[in-house]
Design a protein around this ligand. Structure first.
Ligand SMILES: C[S@@+](CC[C@H](N)C(=O)[O-])C[C@H]1O[C@@H](n2cnc3c(N)ncnc32)[C@H](O)[C@@H]1O
Length: 286
């Protein structure tokens, strides 16, 4: 029998034309778990869809259906298993690193692999790097693995994600100083950094007041945002920094995914050129 080219193709003889039209084109694969969002109209066909996915992709052993939006502080969501083994824990491989996690208890997006590599490859020898909102550790671990930083610190609020991060640090045999708690409380206690990664696109703007004072002069921030365009995210970053009294230089802006059809995940890379005291001094001299 010819191998089906896609999930839709494989379902051709199992669903009618109207149902086929509703089958999602895309799904994520985290470790050996496929995560799909089946529309309500197909809910009585979900097990057939799940079993077909397992039949056609040899690397998938579990199929989970999204049953709610990501909306918690820990950025997690509930899922239902619709085919395969009844579990939500897996190990995901990305750029030669392994990340163990429970997909219902900790955030992880396999779509960000290339973006994490983009950031990790910019880290220079001897830098002190902070990863805020670190999750199960993918940014921090990749940075520690492929670059030569002096130290990588990682802060995560969700205790379950934090425990997985500790396990993943061991699994990948890297050195990362991991902290469980709120970046607002921990960051001011752990010194200054040459680079800070802020992967909390819904809310990172509310933490720049904590990140900027923790950055060395000429230090770099990778700021994530959900917005309609790079221009809007740049304006947002500039406005917040100006209000807080910091001068910055925008280095780069990239689209690295989407949140909804017209809202993108955008990363703004910027350098801190002057701190408030220096800025105030310059203004007073004018
Ligand atoms: C969008 S996820 C990113 C996780 C990880 N960086 C990744 O790429 O997989 C954001 C993470 O920030 C954590 N978080 C939210 N608010 C926080 C805070 N105030 N302090 C520390 N971590 C926080 C959440 O629990 C969640 O794991």
């Amino acid at each position: 029998m010819k191998k089906p080219r896609s999930l839709k193709d494989a379902l051709k003889h199992k669903l009618n034309d109207n149902e086929l039209r509703l089958v999602p084109r895309a799904f994520d694969i985290i470790g050996d778990i496929a995560v799909i969002e089946i529309p309500d109209e197909l809910s009585d066909r979900k097990h057939i869809i799940g079993e077909t996915l397992i039949d056609i992709f040899k690397n998938i052993n579990v199929v989970a259906n999204k049953i709610e939006k990501i909306n918690t502080e820990f950025r997690t969501r509930n899922l239902e298993i619709i085919a395969g083994e009844n579990r939500t824990e897996t190990i995901h491989k990305e750029y030669n690193c392994l990340y163990k996690l429970d997909i219902t208890k900790a955030y992880f997006s396999p779509r960000l692999g290339n973006e994490r590599f983009r950031i990790a490859s910019q880290v220079k020898r001897n830098e002190r790097v902070l990863v805020m909102f670190a999750g199960v550790g993918p940014y921090a671990i990749l940075i520690a693995k492929i670059s030569k930083p002096r130290e990588v610190c990682a802060i995560e609020l969700n205790p379950v994600a934090f425990e997985y991060m500790l396990e993943n640090i061991k699994l990948n045999r890297v050195e990362v100083r991991a902290f469980n708690g709120d970046v607002r409380e921990i960051t001011p206690r752990i010194g200054k950094f040459d680079r800070i990664v802020m992967p909390l696109p819904k809310d990172a703007g509310n933490f720049l007041d904590i990140a900027l004072p923790a950055l060395n002069k000429n230090g770099i921030i990778h700021f994530y945002d959900f917005s309609e365009s790079e221009r809007m995210s740049i304006e947002k970053v500039k406005k917040i920094c100006r209000r807080l009294g910091y001068e910055i230089e925008i280095l780069n802006s990239v689209r690295c995914g989407s949140y909804s059809p017209r809202i993108y995940r955008i990363c703004i890379d910027f350098r801190l050129t002057s701190q408030p005291d220096e800025h105030d001094r310059k203004r007073d001299m004018r």
